[in-house]
Design a binder for this molecule. Structure first.
Ligand code: SF4
Length: 64
C-alpha cells in the first residue's frame, strides 16, 4: 500500500496523525506529511480508517 495526501484538500487538522502517528506527521511548518511509505501490513487497516475519518478526503490510498 502506498499513501499520499492531497495538499490542496488537506486542512492539517491532525486527525490522521492522531490515528496513525507512525505514518502521518505534522511537520515544523504545520503541514501534514506521510513519513512511512509504503505502509507496512500491520498499519494498513489503520491507514484505511484514517482515510475514512479524514473530513476532506485528502488521503489517497493506492492498494498493492
Ligand atoms: S485527516 Fe485529512 S485533513 Fe486532517 S490532517 Fe490528515 S489528511 Fe489532512
Amino acid at each position: 500500500m502506498k499513501v499520499t495526501i492531497d495538499k490542496d484538500l488537506c486542512i492539517d487538522c491532525g486527525v490522521c496523525e492522531a490515528l496513525v502517528p507512525e505514518v502521518f506527521s505534522i511537520n515544523d511548518e504545520g503541514f501534514t506529511e506521510v513519513i512511512l511509505n509504503p505502509v507496512p501490513e500491520e498499519l494498513q487497516d489503520a491507514v484505511r480508517e484514517a482515510a475514512e475519518e479524514c473530513a476532506t478526503e485528502a488521503i489517497i490510498i493506492e492498494e498493492d
